[in-house]
Design a protein around this ligand. Structure first.
Ligand code: URA
Length: 437
């Protein structure tokens, strides 16, 4: 019906494609009738020429329909009587030390939100929620759909990994983009994320769009454009989307790794934890409660903060981990530690989160190749965050060892170089930059 060559040529020349044409392309690609070289050419044409809002929504919808859309409202299911408005999720575009989903999902559940969270693995220098949860021995990230629904009905939240059934066209396309230098296209990123999230059958989505040297979006302008697109696609497809632009330069919280990030998340659930991590959990959770219950953002944030203080969020976390088979008493612990010592007195003025993330990956907390194993005990503890004072000889950070033991000296030096020290404390930088939608 449509000639694929013609469609590629039209996009190359900057013309728009219709909904039907986009649906055809994604269907042909999914059914193996459109070879990878043609899809690569089209992805590159999109990279240079872009997609408008309508095309982006059509692209998202076609990828969503390539797989299964979860429907918790099915008659007889454990969630059939729950109003759709209560199903809300959160997605982050990826950062270093970003373990927010771990305390956030149970905190939102404690506030009456239903959270069907399908999360991802680490990508590049950033960590992934699923890798962190897999640090808990026994935790099953691959629940079948009926068990996923049962855990949400029992606990209010469940976090699982991507399944084969959710947006398979995106999985294929992402793998192709990864090797054809077409990942960094705002409409393709938007369609990729939104197709997976909308397949959860949610009524609302809160987005944490990271901006800065430790994020994939380096500038506020790019992050704002991505946020605007995702809010727009949500609107076209009947899902309310609220996006926050948040700063990602130094790592979030104090822990970077896997098991150590679980430990830090539990601290937040116990009403403690690093101020930036707690703030982000409250803000994103506040918006989830706002969407689920129609209260103000301030009221939603206050409810989340209370759940972190009164033990109700912690109880949901324990119940979720238990329901998914996890045993927190057997969480891996480091086999040793190497401190990274300051060489001068002063204040930490900057920490290069990307470098910290890359050192963590190199030491085994992430993967250089898809098939690499992760050592869950490996991690980095940030002993001095931006604005904190240090004296020469005191630790800026501590490398936590795994099975491979002490790190090579080059990685210790690389981590040291990620810290900038100055004579005066830097001006305070807000964590939450902007709200869109
Ligand atoms: N994460 C995704 O899921 N897709 C993208 O395209 C980029 C980041």
């Amino acid at each position: 019906m449509f000639s694929i060559v013609e469609l590629i040529g039209r996009k190359r020349d900057g013309q728009r494609l219709s909904d039907d044409e986009i649906r055809h392309v994604i269907e042909e690609f999914s059914a193996d009738r459109m070879p990878a070289y043609q899809m690569s050419a089209l992805a590159m044409a999109v990279f240079f020429r872009g997609l408008d809002d309508r095309e982006t929504a059509a692209w998202t919808d076609a990828m969503l329909r390539s797989g299964r859309v979860l429907d918790f409202g099915v008659a007889g299911g454990p969630l059939a009587s729950e109003p759709r408005q209560r199903f809300i999720d959160k997605h982050s575009t990826g950062g270093v030390g970003d373990k927010v989903s771990l305390p956030l999902a149970p905190a939102a559940a404690a506030c009456g939100v239903l959270v069907p969270m399908v999360a991802g693995r680490g990508l590049g220098h950033t960590g992934g929620t699923i890798d962190k949860l897999e640090a808990i021995p026994g935790y099953d990230v691959a629940l079948p759909a009926d068990r996923f629904a049962a855990v949400i009905a029992e606990v209010g939240a469940s976090i699982i990994g991507q399944t084969e059934e959710i947006a398979p066209a995106d999985k294929r396309l992402y793998a192709l983009r990864d090797v054809t230098a077409t990942v960094e296209s705002i409409p393709l990123i938007c369609a990729s994320i939104m197709s997976k999230k909308l397949a959860e059958g949610i009524a609302g989505l809160v987005l944490d769009i990271k901006v800065g040297p430790g994020a994939f979006m380096k500038t506020a302008a790019d992050a704002r454009e991505l946020a605007r697109r995702m809010v727009g696609v949500g609107r076209e497809m009947g899902t309310r989307v609220v996006a926050f632009l948040t700063r990602m330069d130094e790592p979030l919280g104090r822990m970077v790794g896997n098991a150590n990030e679980v430990v830090e998340s539990i601290e937040v659930l116990e009403g403690r934890g690093a101020a930036d991590l707690v703030e982000l959990t409250e803000v994103l959770g506040g918006a989830m409660v706002e969407l689920a219950h129609g209260v103000t953002f301030e009221e939603g944030r206050a409810r989340i903060a209370k759940s972190l203080q009164d033990g109700t969020a912690l109880a949901r976390w324990d119940a979720m981990v238990r329901a998914q088979g996890g045993d927190l008493t057997r969480l891996p612990v480091p086999t040793g530690e190497t401190p990274v010592l300051a060489t001068q007195d002063g204040f930490v003025t900057d920490i290069d989160g990307r470098e910290v993330g890359l050192v963590a990956v190199t030491l085994g907390a992430g993967r250089a190749r898809r098939e690499d194993p992760i050592d869950p005990a490996v991690g980095i503890r940030i002993d001095r965050k931006v604005g904190e004072r240090v004296r020469a000889g005191e630790p800026l950070a501590t490398i936590q060892h795994g099975a491979r033991g002490a790190p090579p000296e080059a990685q210790v030096q690389r981590l040291l170089a990620a810290f900038s020290i100055g004579e005066a404390a830097p001006a305070e930088r807000p964590l939450i930059l902007e709200r869109i939608g």
